[in-house]
Design a protein around this ligand. Structure first.
Ligand SMILES: NC(=O)c1ccc[n+]([C@@H]2O[C@H](COP(=O)([O-])OP(=O)(O)OC[C@H]3O[C@@H](n4cnc5c(N)ncnc54)[C@H](OP(=O)(O)O)[C@@H]3O)[C@@H](O)[C@H]2O)c1
Length: 380
């Protein structure tokens, strides 16, 4: 085995971590398995994965939880009908490269990375690629090198929020805007981000700015300064009875380049605003497809296009590497892009993830719930 694709157990020891379960390689990995759609979890040991071509194995140091991880019951089957149980959830991973597969030259063992764990994607559908485990197999194309200035906990907030925002803004069948650059030329038109204090929205504001657009946004009142700090020109309270009128006035004579509708009720407001402004009448909705489809049909009669975003789409399109490989590492290093919203660390260890999901169900405001994984604390 060449150093380029050395086994993760070697790298764990080489990187100075405690030996993983002595010589018992079978107990060297641990994963949090979702046993069924009712939301029962169990931590089990498993073998260490070996990366295939275009893949890396990442020793996980921090994970974040997302609304899709928190879904239980029949809705889970509606959103990801292809998944067979037990399965390993988790999209948001930050950690260190433990092994690299053939053809992967961008990363070396030990590199600090953040990436999108794609195990729940229809075309991957693989528990080895679920983020809630110690060693996860990931697609190199949706991993990004981390500068030393960004901690694992900070970085873990990025992947699904960033990927979903990028899908809505850049995929050809979504808003199809020009990709972000390190020195964007200002454009005259406006991107509306409804729900900008969400994880998806925080990323959408920053990406739209890095594509040169002016951003007008909504968020709860206490998060207006936060959203402005991400680059929004103006922020309005989505609970305000006058919010649609305020936004139409703020856009004024400028054209809308596109609208991101995030959060409950977002599409209803976005439809009203788009009908009363000039420019692109296209709304990208973060709501899952079955719920958005009927609204889209009705909107089409009024000349408004509504498309439903799937956050994992960039995993297999050019948008994924354009964001994770070409844009993010440089933008994080320069400070042009920051991991947002800030993490709230709820504990350490895979067994803390179900509690994080329970907390997420009760609601968060401008934060992402993160669980750290201590590489020295293997439990088996
Ligand atoms: N389609 C996909 O593939 C995909 C992927 C990821 C997420 N999503 C969906 O996108 C949405 C956001 O997910 P997330 O993880 O980014 O959320 P999140 O960060 O967990 O959302 C928390 C934020 O939601 C905001 N919020 C609550 N109600 C709102 C409303 N009615 N309008 C606008 N904002 C509201 C709160 O704002 P304040 O505290 O400022 O009031 C809070 O900051 C969810 O519906 C999620 O299911 C879809």
């Amino acid at each position: 085995m060449s150093p380029a694709n050395s086994h993760p157990a070697d790298s764990a020891v080489a990187a100075g971590a405690a030996p993983v379960s002595g010589t018992n390689v079978n107990a060297a990995n641990e994963a949090l398995w979702l046993l069924d759609t009712r939301g029962r979890f169990e931590v089990r040991t498993s073998t260490l994965p070996t990366p295939g071509p275009g893949q890396v194995v990442v020793r996980v140091r921090a994970v974040a939880v997302n609304p899709v991880d928190a879904i239980t019951g029949p809705f889970r089957r509606l959103v990801t009908p292809w998944v067979r149980y037990p399965t390993v959830l988790g999209s948001d991973v930050a950690g260190e490269i433990a092994a690299v597969g053939d053809g992967t030259t961008r990363f070396q063992v030990g590199d600090r990375v953040v990436g999108y764990a794609a195990g729940q994607e229809r075309l991957r559908n693989s528990s080895e690629e679920g983020g809630f485990q110690r060693y996860v197999t990931m697609l190199e194309r949706v991993c990004a090198e981390l500068p030393d200035t960004v901690t694992f906990e900070q970085a873990a907030v990025l992947p699904l929020g960033l990927s979903t925002a990028a899908a809505g803004l850049y995929e050809k069948d979504q808003l199809a805007l020009p990709l972000p650059t390190s020195s964007p030329s200002p454009r005259g038109d406006v991107v509306l981000v409804w729900g900008a204090s969400t994880s998806v929205g925080s990323n959408a504001v920053q990406l739209a700015r890095a594509s040169g657009y002016t951003v007008i946004a909504t968020a709860g009142r206490r998060n207006h300064d936060f959203v402005r700090s991400l680059g929004a020109e103006a922020v309005f309270d989505y609970r305000d009875a006058e919010v649609d009128r305020q936004i139409v006035e703020a856009i004024g004579h400028r054209d809308l380049a596109g609208t991101m509708a995030i959060g409950s009720g977002a599409l209803t407001h976005a439809l009203r605003i788009v009908a009363r402004t000039s420019g692109t009448k296209h709304i990208a909705s973060a709501y899952p497809d079955p719920l958005t489809r009927s609204r889209a049909l009705l909107a089409r009669v009024r000349g408004i296009r509504v498309t439903s975003i799937w956050g994992g789409t960039p995993v297999q399109t050019p948008v994924g590497p354009a964001i994770f490989r070409d844009f993010l590492p440089v933008a994080l290093s320069s400070g042009q892009f920051r991991p947002a919203p800030d993490p709230t660390i709820v504990g350490s260890g895979l067994e803390r993830v179900p509690g994080a999901l329970t907390a997420l169900r009760t609601g968060v405001s401008a934060t992402k719930l993160v669980v750290t994984i201590d590489p020295t604390e293997i439990t088996q």
